[in-house]
Write a protein that binds this ligand. Structure first.
Ligand code: ZN
Length: 129
């Protein structure tokens, strides 16, 4: 996974969560991802902070994707919804707390295929991810 030793953290430091929905360079997969994005935005227009389509790999993310940012209050509702509505898309769910590297490398979970994140971006002090 990475060359650092896992350390437990403090979940009370979590500010919010990101769900990253990956679609890569396949137009059909991008269409599926776009439908999921529209459904989520329609369902929680005031509770999700919807990211734009990033059609090239950015930061630690190895494939094109967009992100959905949400707070604790929505977690118990949106996470099961993503589990049941992801349409076989790969999704990374990670907390945003004190350290971007740890949030992505140690504390995330995956729906679908687990991808290799480009963690070097985070070791260099990258914050926005
Ligand atoms: Zn993120």
């Amino acid at each position: 996974m990475n060359d650092e030793t896992f350390e437990n953290g403090d979940e009370t430091k979590i500010n919010y969560y990101h769900a990253h929905i990956y679609y890569g360079d396949d137009d059909a997969v991008r269409e599926k991802a776009a439908r999921l994005r529209e459904k989520a935005w329609t369902k929680w227009p005031d509770q999700v902070r919807m990211g734009r389509f990033r059609d090239t790999a950015v930061g630690p993310h190895p494939l094109a994707m967009y992100q959905i940012e949400f707070d604790h209050e929505l977690f118990a509702e949106i996470v099961p919804w993503l589990m049941y509505n992801r349409d076989d898309l790969t999704i990374l769910l990670h907390p945003d707390a004190e350290d971007a590297f740890r949030d992505h490398a140690w504390y995330p979970f995956w729906m679908g295929e687990k991808l290799d994140l480009r963690l070097d971006f985070l070791r260099r002090g990258g914050r926005q991810a």
